[in-house]
Design a protein around this ligand. Structure first.
Ligand SMILES: Cc1ncc(COP(=O)(O)O)c(C=O)c1O
Length: 394
């Protein structure tokens, strides 16, 4: 690693989050952590292997390519592929023992064309997201197409919540989606499939509904299967830490590589959008928008520098950003800050936290995008006892 910019991933935290979820839902009929998009930026093979070791029997990816990568990395758990596929994709999935999530009649046909024996599938229903899936009204026709079909074995049925944050509200969008699934469940009952619906916000809402003893709530009427994504990585989309204690896994780090002493009136970076109002000290940090630290954070975000929050000043460049560290280094020798560690988000050695949620607010986006944006050229460095056990520690 010539450039000391990296994402530190604590695998013990991922194991903790998964185990906390298992404990909260010991009766869950299906628990499928989502490791798509490079495990939300955390590195899919290492995360999948860790989850597998702590008991994950199912994992979810979007692309067939992601599933193949996990298989090449030695992952043995059942892998569900959510994006859809054509005939060639169906062949690849069958060959590599990946489980298709079928969302259209074309896909169902593609599987039957290439299958030599029964293929286990999950059927996806569109209950309001209007992205992928069969209409619930197609459930009966689908059931008849699959019932006693020697090429198809329906193992699961599912839908996806589009507004899971409202799931605790018995009159909300999610409750309506869940009620839409109750008809599908009754049609498929003879095949006894698992039913999975809840993403992180749905899962946490379930805990809230449970705490409120809302027994007639649609969240509580069915033993829904779980597909946690964000929460596995330690972030709570409902922002209520009491619901489940989660531990954020990623810390994005770099070092201050150069310091510049500016006179009042001098500017920083492209476009000169920041001007020193007094004599100032600027730290140059080798991470930029090509590493996923979005340019929109220019002149808005802060980072952790030697235990203090300092502002990002001037426009973020492709490979660098600049910090105003004037106050943090005041009356100190700049030489003492050579290669000073910078936390872009995550936790520093003193336990101070700067969250990706905070960055997401500045960037007018969501935590998911901040995490999955961390670029390919940022090495993932694994820590914790699981890193050691899996042999992925640096
Ligand atoms: C089909 C499906 N299930 C589950 C998830 C997990 O969602 P979250 O990260 O909000 O838990 C996703 C993520 O986008 C998804 O597409």
């Amino acid at each position: 690693m010539y450039r000391r910019t990296f994402a530190e991933i604590n695998l013990d935290h991922i194991a903790h989050n998964f185990e906390a979820l298992k404990q909260a839902f010991p009766q869950a009929p299906f628990l499928c952590p989502m490791v798509k998009a490079n495990a939300y930026g955390h590195g899919d093979v290492a995360v999948a292997r860790c989850l597998e070791q702590v008991g994950a029997k199912h994992l979810g990816v979007c692309l067939i390519e992601e599933g193949l990568l996990l298989r090449r990395g030695g992952v043995k758990a059942e892998i569900l592929v959510f994006r859809g596929f054509d005939r060639e994709g169906a062949e690849q999935m069958i060959q590599h023992n990946l489980t298709p999530v079928v969302a259209s009649w074309d896909q169902l046909e593609a599987i039957q064309e290439v299958a030599k024996k029964a293929v286990g599938i999950h059927l996806k229903f569109n209950t309001g997201m209007n992205r992928l899936g069969f209409h619930p009204e197609e459930a009966q026709d689908l059931f008849e197409a699959c019932w006693q079909n020697t090429k198809i074995r329906v193992q699961g049925i599912l839908t996806h919540l589009y507004n899971g944050e409202d799931a605790a509200d018995a009159l909300g969008d999610s409750a309506e989606q869940l009620m839409g699934m109750e008809h599908v469940i009754s049609v498929f009952k003879p095949l006894n499939p698992v039913v999975h619906t809840l993403n992180s916000s749905g899962i946490l809402s379930h805990l809230a509904a449970r705490a409120g003893k809302q027994t007639s709530h649609p969240l509580m009427r069915v033993n829904w299967g779980l597909r946690p994504g964000l929460m596995i990585y330690g972030y709570n989309p409902l922002n209520d830490p009491k619901l489940l204690p989660l531990k954020p896994a990623m810390t994005l780090k770099s070092v201050a590589s150069t310091y510049r002493e500016l006179s009042a009136g001098e500017v920083v970076s492209y476009g000169g959008t920041w001007t020193a109002r007094k004599e100032s000290v600027i730290a140059v940090v080798p991470i930029g928008y090509a590493d996923g630290y979005h340019r929109i954070l220019s002149n808005k975000a802060q980072v952790l520098f030697a235990g203090q929050r300092v502002p990002v000043v001037g426009n973020i460049c492709m490979d660098f950003l600049m910090l105003d560290v004037t106050e943090a280094v005041k009356n100190k020798n700049l030489k003492d800050f050579k290669d000073q560690e910078i936390i872009l988000f995550g936790q520093d050695h003193e336990g101070q936290v700067l969250s990706p949620e905070e960055l997401a607010k500045h960037a007018q986006t969501i935590t998911w995008e901040i995490l999955t944006s961390v670029g390919e050229r940022v090495p993932r460095v694994y820590t914790g006892s699981w890193a050691k056990k899996l042999g992925v520690e640096i």
